[in-house]
Design a binder for this molecule. Structure first.
Ligand SMILES: [Fe+2]
Ligand SMILES: [Fe+2]
Length: 306
């Protein structure tokens, strides 16, 4: 795929109140994005800590204690510390509106967002020493899939293979997230729209939407957490999720192919080991012992019916 300098909007993008903010065909140049930031609704934003919103803390706790995340969050101390940092993340109302929407209409996406968030916090704690910097940087994670609010429910919840056309519509969530978060967060927070825009890009330029080379630490971290959770979680389109070993083997293969950051993947593997070996000293065997679940439809698309 040829590298694209700027993303192009493929379908009209509306804000949460239904006002049109970008049209199909718009090219997201810096000038265009500045105009989106300027007309955004962020000026009177009323920030609230994530766990003050109903149910979020309990929903996070519910999956931390069970498999397959219990090995990563393997002691009350680790859980408490991770939740303390996560609890310091603050958001304006539209982010909570989107989370409520997903919780009600698409629980898979809701749980995925929370799992990717808490995993990002845990992983980032192995990389960033300063707690304030850590909280600031990890606050991008709960917003990475914000753009899915624009994807039709029948595609998000589809239980069979996606067609090529549906897959393209799903992929548009990266561009929609970039536009909507720039609109709602304004120019102050540039990292969250960037993560929404680039979390499906890859180091070798094989990702989407632009085919650029992934090179930002937080984007790479969210990208690794995103793929891991997508593999090990129940999804509407498959009966059985990947076991942790098969998921890590697949992700490590992507790192070996130069698609994902090798050090981020090593960090993920180290947190999935009981001895928690320091990730830089970790030796990963190339031997494959896991087996992807039978009939997995992960990443598979079919032709559109004529
Ligand atoms: Fe995504
Ligand atoms: Fe995601």
């Amino acid at each position: 795929m040829a590298r694209q300098r700027y993303s192009i909007v493929k379908h009209d993008i509306y804000d949460l109140e239904g006002s049109l903010i970008a049209r199909a065909g718009d090219v997201l140049t810096p000038k265009f994005m500045k105009a989106i930031c300027n007309k955004g609704k962020h000026k009177d934003r009323d920030l609230k800590p994530i766990f003050r919103h109903r149910g979020i803390r309990d929903d996070v706790m519910a999956f931390l204690k069970g498999g397959p995340y219990d090995i990563i969050f393997d002691s009350p101390k680790v859980i408490d510390q991770t939740l303390k940092w996560m609890g310091e993340i603050v958001f304006p109302p539209p982010i909570f509106e989107a989370l409520d929407f997903f919780k009600k209409n698409d629980p898979y996406t809701y749980r995925h967002i929370l799992r990717v968030s808490v995993l990002t916090v845990r992983m980032a704690s192995g990389l960033i020493r300063s707690p304030s910097k850590l909280v600031r940087e990890v606050s991008v994670a709960p917003m990475h899939d914000f753009g899915k609010i624009t994807v039709p429910m029948e595609i998000l919840r589809k239980v069979s293979y996606l067609t090529r056309n549906e897959r393209e519509i799903l992929k548009d969530h990266a561009v929609a997230g970039f536009v909507l978060l720039s609109y709602y967060l304004g120019g102050e927070d540039r990292l969250s729209p960037k993560v929404a825009h680039e979390h499906h890009e890859r180091r070798d330029g094989s990702g989407y939407p632009r085919g650029i080379k992934l090179a930002d630490r937080m984007v790479e971290l969210v990208a690794v957490c995103d793929v891991f959770d997508a593999l090990i979680s129940p999804r509407p389109y498959r009966d059985v999720p990947y076991d942790t070993r098969s998921a890590l083997e697949l992700i490590y293969e992507d790192a070996s192919l130069g698609k994902l950051s090798r050090s981020m993947v090593k960090l993920l593997v180290s947190y999935n080991r009981t001895d928690k070996t320091f990730y830089r000293n970790l030796v990963i065997s190339k031997e494959k012992r896991g087996a992807p679940p039978k009939g997995s439809r992960y990443g598979v698309v079919v032709d559109d019916p004529d």
